[in-house]
Write a protein that binds this ligand. Structure first.
Ligand SMILES: Cc1cc2nc3c(=O)[nH]c(=O)nc-3n(C[C@H](O)[C@H](O)[C@H](O)COP(=O)(O)O)c2cc1C
Ligand SMILES: [Mn+2]
Length: 531
């Protein structure tokens, strides 16, 4: 059920572009621009406009004169400001989505008949979360179906940084199926274009599609009794049976089907980056965000469903044992990630809308477009984090911390050691496992005010006592860890220390002026002529 005054969800990317145009949020670029580096440089400068101000992030860009691709259009920076992120998800504040989640999580069992009746609109709303399948004739993504002599390079795919390994598809929604549960996953993983029919598949080992691949390998490598031999890890999150070359021969040429959607409505694109638990299909998250079911259609050559309204669909497979060098790639850390082995995606069919609009992003030194997507994730996940850690008041992932490097958390502290409990809880929570530094402050510290956080943290700690290290998985993009994907993390307990924590000195109060004097100065402030 739609809230009053809410517009109906965007059906597709084109409706979204229209909305951006109407809202004065779209800049059409009519100069000829090369998808090799030039588009990236323009998008980078645009992303940095108004940096640090309330109006940070320039307009969305629609390139209409793409060098080497007559008639093509490329949309960039569609999520690149707070205002646009809210427009994309059709809310006045990102906390509205958190409030909707909170409402769902805290449903009380209906006590009376009347309570049950009152729940009906909620149930109807929940019905809209689930995707529905439409016939191919009703799926715009099937307007053109290419089963042979296709090339993904016919689309204006960008190279974003000079030392990149080549062109990369940077905003793809990659769909795979869990071989055990049948559940579908949609994640955003960049794809390096090797040639017209093959790309890389940069799913990092802790991500859901990497686990789908491992599940396929486990099944393929099981003996008659279903036992799996020891597995050895290879890069890119794949596992191969240790030792036994006959086993490798046995699984060679086995495939996992993959489909990729490029250019979907904004809520669907956004849902592909949401770090949801594997049990929850992103298709449902898209339905929840849109408050309207996502329409899916069956693929032509693989047993997967894809968003019916997408501009472009790539269908294909990953060979279970095949790996290929992927990268380097100018990444959202502000550094290049070096070449590493990742699975390879073979395209079996391309379908697309007539005159498809290609969508892309550039990642690099923050703030970039993904900073705003990350902020939306931060706001939406707060109520879910509070489920496990109810003492959390607020969190802040500053864009310069590139999401996995720094999380600032404020807590309502009630017992000794609670800041450390919260750190450990965060390191145990889905993709928050990657957080390299966690700073925990008391509830009266506004974590969104980084200056206040620095002041409190550096004042409040005895470093040797208040900093703790732990070892565990780290983000694949971390170039400083002792080993790829494995290293240390740091938690700083910047809360006020209590006697029960062994701190027996008096703790001073922070400075504030008395209300009486403030009121008096307020009254004379204008007259003073200082401002
Ligand atoms: C622009 C952009 C590019 C991304 N590229 C990758 C990538 O190449 N590999 C990866 O593992 N995650 C990448 N991510 C992060 C994943 O999309 C994110 O972790 C997502 O939650 C993964 O979905 P999953 O939990 O279903 O695996 C990217 C995110 C964004 C916003
Ligand atoms: Mn997922």
């Amino acid at each position: 059920m739609l809230d009053e005054g809410r517009t109906v969800a965007y059906d597709d990317l084109r409706q979204w572009i229209k909305k951006l145009d109407k809202a004065g949020e779209l800049k059409r670029v009519r100069e000829e621009v090369d998808p090799i580096l030039e588009m990236a440089e323009i998008a980078d400068r645009t992303a940095k406009l108004g940096k640090g101000t309330a109006a940070a992030g320039g307009p969305a860009l629609l390139f209409e004169n793409v060098k080497g691709h007559a008639g093509a259009q490329v949309l960039m920076n569609q999520f690149g400001s707070e205002r646009r992120m809210k427009l994309a998800l059709e809310v006045d504040s990102l906390d509205e989505i958190a409030a909707r989640i909170e409402e769902l999580l805290h449903q009380k069992s209906p006590a009376s008949f009347l309570d049950k009746i009152k729940m009906l609109p909620k149930l109807a709303e929940m019905g809209s979360f689930f995707p529905k399948t439409v016939a191919a004739k009703d799926a715009p993504c099937k307007e053109v179906i290419l089963r042979e002599s296709f090339s993904v390079l016919d689309f204006p795919i960008l190279q974003t940084w000079p030392q990149d390994g080549g062109r990369f598809i940077t905003l793809p929604c990659v769909i795979t199926r869990d071989p055990k549960s049948g559940k579908r996953n949609m994640g955003m993983y960049r794809m390096q274009v090797y040639d017209g029919q093959t790309t890389g598949m940069h799913w990092q080992r802790q991500k859901v599609s990497a686990e789908h691949l491992r599940e396929r390998l486990r099944a393929a490598a099981a003996d008659g009794a279903g036992r799996v031999t020891m597995m050895a890890e290879t890069a890119g999150g794949a596992l191969l049976p240790a030792g036994g070359s006959d086993l490798i021969a046995q699984i060679k040429n086995q495939r996992m089907e993959v489909a990729v959607a490029i250019g979907t409505d904004p809520a669907t694109t956004f849902s592909a980056i949401v770090p949801a638990p594997p049990e929850i299909e992103e298709f449902i998250i898209a339905g929840f965000l849109r408050q309207q079911p996502l329409e899916l259609v069956q693929c032509e050559t693989v047993d997967l469903e894809v968003p019916a309204h997408a501009e472009i669909i790539l269908e294909g497979y990953v060979d279970l044992t095949e790996l290929r060098s992927e990268g380097p790639f100018g990444d959202h850390t502000g550094f290049y990630t070096m070449a590493e082995e990742y699975p390879v995606f073979h395209i079996t069919c391309i379908t697309h809308r007539k005159d498809p609009v290609y969508t892309a992003t550039i990642v690099g030194k923050p703030p970039m477009e993904d900073a705003w997507m990350g902020k939306a994730v931060e706001r939406i996940f707060l109520p879910l984090m509070r489920l496990a850690l109810p003492e959390i008041v607020d969190i802040n992932l500053p864009p310069e911390g590139v999401f996995h490097n720094l999380m600032i958390v404020s807590i309502k502290k009630s017992y000794a050691g609670q800041a450390r409990k919260v750190m450990n809880g965060i390191w145990a929570m889905g993709q928050a496992m990657f957080t390299k530094c966690i700073i925990v402050v008391d509830e009266d510290c506004d974590v969104q005010d980084v200056a206040e956080v620095v002041l409190r943290t550096t004042n409040n700690i005895d470093p040797e006592r208040d900093i703790q290290f732990t070892l565990g998985p780290v983000d694949s993009l971390d170039h400083a860890s002792r080993l790829p994907n494995y290293g240390s993390k740091m938690g700083i307990d910047a809360t006020r220390k209590w006697a029960v924590e062994g701190f027996t000195r008096p703790w001073p109060e922070m400075l504030t002026m008395s209300a009486e004097v403030k009121a008096k100065v307020d009254a004379m402030w204008k007259k003073l002529g200082i401002e």
